[in-house]
Design a protein around this ligand. Structure first.
Ligand SMILES: [Fe+2]
Length: 482
């Protein structure tokens, strides 16, 4: 049964993968496929896509549109990895991260396995050894290579993975017009999945390059400047100054929470339910680097009374005294070491740091419901999100009215534990394995980041990470009670 109590189609029960997303069409909720959470350490019901102009509003997915978006998504992944050598793309900096080559291969494995193998008559798996290497953690797909040892996979080469990608792309495009509707939905699922891995590819390669004393840049400063100019042109923002932070009164009373519109969503966004919001206000924009520097200067990392007990233990054990990529007044970016822009949103902070900052500021973290109620009327396609390959880096908010940067720039930690919504019912067995089993010990983040492919996030989208993790573009927006 699905989370809404609908019986799963028999053909889905035959899949040896786990479901984690739903497609809603009108009032109906239909499970369309399953897939393990993306390869982020116990990860995220991570990114999911928002409704876009391309989202279907009928029960038929247009082949041409699906083919176009499939091709564009596959192209962007290659573009993101284009500056990397085989060595760059094969190394793994930590167990939480995966090599870029692995991301390129794993997303290909997804399409080959769940679309072509299962739905395209006559398709033969490109290399029968690859599923063992590039299955993430689908128990039902059999044994797999250990996650923490993905960096040891010097073979197949990056070029060989690219050849595999091209083979799968051509086969899928050829098969697409004749595939059953269920397979079209799996293609959509694969697109959403690959978008998640595009963000991971960027943050994982950033973490890898940050370990190198040479401080290599994935893209040079010219590309960085170009990316900044592009965002400024789109948003009208000025990177040199953020508007003053203001308090924006939030909705209060009973509000709807959860996905209810047409379009793609993950099961953790369902079912929609009513939540009670008490009087509160949200900050007009995320906390900036300049404000974080003031926190540091005021001894924020040396004042245990500001910290949760677990957070203070983490600070002491890890020697934490600044956001992840800050060192000697500079920050590491995908364009190498760069000055810290005091007006830009602070990024790469943990939940513990976000909570301590809020305590220092006399505020608190928003709940995920306060955030969603505020975001419901905003455009999820707006803000600084990933459009083309380049050195994604959060930039300053430009406006000084209303809520700024709710979508894009940085994922915003909330004070809400990642737990099921009322009525959430994971299906029995493997069918309900993924989102349900990750609902322990993690906190919800909202809104997407500068590395989230545009069109992938929406108001109801729930990302989640463990409270110490900070290699994603994670920031914070303050809230307070009224
Ligand atoms: Fe994945």
């Amino acid at each position: 049964m699905t989370a809404t109590g609908r019986k799963l189609p028999a053909h889905f029960l035959s899949y040896s993968i786990v479901p984690y997303m739903f497609w809603t069409i009108g009032p109906a909720v239909t499970i369309i496929g399953r897939h393990a959470k993306p390869n982020r350490t116990p990860g995220n019901c991570l990114p999911m896509a928002s409704r876009t102009d391309a989202s279907p509003t009928t029960d038929t997915l247009p082949h041409a549109d699906l083919a176009r978006r499939f091709a564009a998504t596959r192209r962007l992944s290659l573009d993101l990895a284009a500056p990397l050598s085989d060595a760059d793309a094969s190394a793994q900096s930590m167990a939480d991260a995966s090599p870029a080559k692995w991301h390129l291969a794993h997303t290909t494995w997804f399409f080959e396995t769940f679309v072509l193998r299962d739905h395209a008559p006559g398709y033969h798996v490109f290399d029968t050894r690859y599923p063992y290497l590039f299955n993430s953690y689908y128990e039902a797909e059999g044994p797999r290579h250990t996650r923490a040892r993905r960096g040891l996979l010097t073979r197949p080469s990056l070029d060989e993975v690219r050849v595999w990608r091209a083979h799968v792309d051509a086969a899928l495009q050829s098969a697409l017009p004749d595939l059953p509707r269920a397979a079209h939905m799996l293609v959509e699922l694969g697109i959403q999945h690959e978008q998640q891995h595009q963000e991971l590819l960027l943050t994982d390669i950033k973490h890898l390059f940050a370990q190198n004393p040479l401080g290599p840049a994935v893209w040079d400063e010219t590309a960085f400047a170009s990316e900044v100019a592009q965002f400024s042109a789109v948003s009208g923002s000025a990177s040199e100054a953020a508007g003053a932070m203001r308090w924006v009164k939030g909705a209060e009373g009973i509000v709807p929470i959860g996905h209810a519109a047409d379009g793609f969503a993950f099961d953790c966004e369902l079912p929609q339910f009513s939540a009670l919001l008490t009087p509160h206000a949200l900050a007009s924009r995320p906390v900036t680097n300049g404000e974080w520097q003031a926190f540091i200067a005021d001894g924020g990392y040396h004042t245990p009374s500001l910290w949760l007990s677990d957070g203070w233990a983490w600070v002491e054990a890890e020697g934490i005294d600044a956001p992840l990529y800050w060192r000697e007044g500079r920050q590491f970016t995908l364009a190498g070491w760069q000055p810290i822009d005091p007006a830009a949103p602070v990024a790469h902070i943990s939940f513990y740091e976000a909570d301590a900052f809020a305590s220092w500021a006399g505020a608190r973290l928003p709940t995920e419901f306060e955030w969603e109620a505020a975001a419901a009327a905003l455009d999820p396609l707006g803000g600084q999100q990933l459009d083309v390959a380049g050195p994604a880096q959060p930039e300053a908010a430009g406006g000084d009215t209303g809520l700024q940067q709710m979508f894009g720039s940085v994922w915003e930690w909330t004070g809400s534990a990642y737990r099921p919504y009322p009525g959430f019912r994971p299906a029995p067995g493997a069918v309900g394995e993924y989102n349900g089993k990750f609902m322990s010990g993690q906190f919800v983040l909202r809104g997407g980041s500068c590395a989230t492919p545009r069109g992938h996030v929406r108001a109801s989208y729930r990302n989640f990470f463990y409270p110490h993790q900070r290699w994603q573009f994670t920031g914070v927006r303050l809230a307070k009670d009224l």
